[in-house]
Design a protein around this ligand. Structure first.
Ligand code: ZN
Length: 360
């Protein structure tokens, strides 16, 4: 409790902690000493008072421990450095086409090393490196159960982390991104996260835990059917999946693959693009409504397209409300993502931060 409070308020005196949290003085002293010894709280400064002695200022050291998250995507490797507040301190991007060859795996290690060197991170202060991949990972985090889109089913953690000399983990990208979002909104107990990247993923968190399902494939919203009449063919081999109507490419392909340009046109009021977006949102609304009806929870729309939700939230809300039989207003349960960029990489790092703070 004390650490959580310090993380929020940054600097506090002992008395403030005692009064605000209703914890006894000896307990506060004992805990602050422990946190100071751990190196996550600093007690070297004073709060200046008029009259009387200056109280010790206990300050949360947000950069005392760090974690690195790596997002391994089809055309790019992205690494982020995250501190104890979940803030992304730095991003390194490397254009490189995904493959499981040695040269590529070595590049993952190089990106991590570059981040470590650039910020002069001591090994003791680096909690770990999370590797998020666009595929379903087994529960133990050892291998890829399904790597359909990039054809890397069966790839192992050992392969991905061969050139990384820090504690590391392999994660499903959408779980990582969902974790980042849930961490950013701790007051929302039940959250379904929809990731609208070049492929679509989903994850459901309830309380502190991720619901993975009986075979680890829960949340695969991309392959729910949204068009039953002559639907377009999906990479999974079926027709009419949300995936083929709402992945980011369905918008970006109209502006030479540039999603930012697509949304620039929306800002300008381009009627052709608005029509395309409207059709897109009607399909997305079906998925959102289904999730709401099944889980009755908050829904975060994230990923590349989710980052622009401010530009279309009203429209999406309207379409969802038309479908909802209970008269619920989607504006109240539909949330835009907290991490506008790099939620996947941030989430891969946050699993280490979360674990560290939990075990303190
Ligand atoms: Zn499909």
């Amino acid at each position: 409790m004390i650490l959580e409070y310090l993380r929020k308020r940054h600097t506090l005196s002992r008395t403030e902690i005692v009064y605000d949290l209703h914890i006894s003085f000896p307990t506060v002293i004992q805990n602050l000493q422990y946190l100071t010894e751990l190196g996550v709280v600093d007690d070297s400064k004073r709060i200046s008072n008029t009259g009387g002695r200056n109280a010790v200022a206990y300050t949360f050291l947000q950069n005392a421990k760090l974690a690195i998250g790596v997002d391994v995507a089809e055309f790019r490797i992205k690494a982020v450095l995250v501190n104890l507040t979940g803030e992304v301190i730095d991003i390194i991007r490397r254009d490189k086409r995904f493959c499981m060859e040695e040269d590529y795996l070595r590049e993952i290690g190089r990106v991590v090393d570059e981040m470590v060197t650039k910020h002069q991170i001591l090994a003791d202060n680096l909690l770990g490196v999370g590797i998020a991949v666009p595929g379903i990972v087994d529960e133990a985090g050892e291998y890829v159960v399904y790597g359909g889109t990039l054809n890397f089913t069966g790839a192992t953690k050992e392969q991905f982390t061969k050139y990384i000399r820090y504690p590391s983990r392999l994660l499903h990208d959408v779980y990582a991104a969902g974790c980042a979002e849930a961490w950013g909104n701790p007051e929302d107990d039940n959250v379904f996260y929809i990731m609208l990247n070049n492929t679509i993923g989903g994850s459901f968190r309830t309380g502190d835990s991720l619901y993975v399902g009986d075979t680890g494939k829960s949340g695969e919203i991309g392959h729910t059917t949204v068009e039953t009449h002559d639907g377009k063919v999906c990479y999974c081999g079926r027709r009419g999946c949300l995936e083929v109507y709402c992945n980011a490419v369905q918008l970006a392909k109209h502006t030479d693959g540039r999603l930012d340009v697509f949304f620039d046109e929306i800002r300008k009021g381009n009627p052709t693009m608005e029509k395309i977006l409207d059709e897109y949102l009607r399909y997305l609304a079906v998925a959102v409504n289904n999730v709401r009806l099944l889980f009755n929870c908050k829904i975060v729309v994230g990923g590349y397209v989710g980052a622009y939700m401010d530009l279309y939230k009203e429209k999406l809300t309207g379409h969802v409300n038309e479908l909802n039989p209970f008269g619920e207003d989607a504006a109240e349960y539909l949330l835009s993502c907290k991490y506008k960029v790099e939620s996947t990489a941030a989430g891969a790092a946050i699993v280490f931060i979360d674990e560290y703070l939990y075990n303190i």
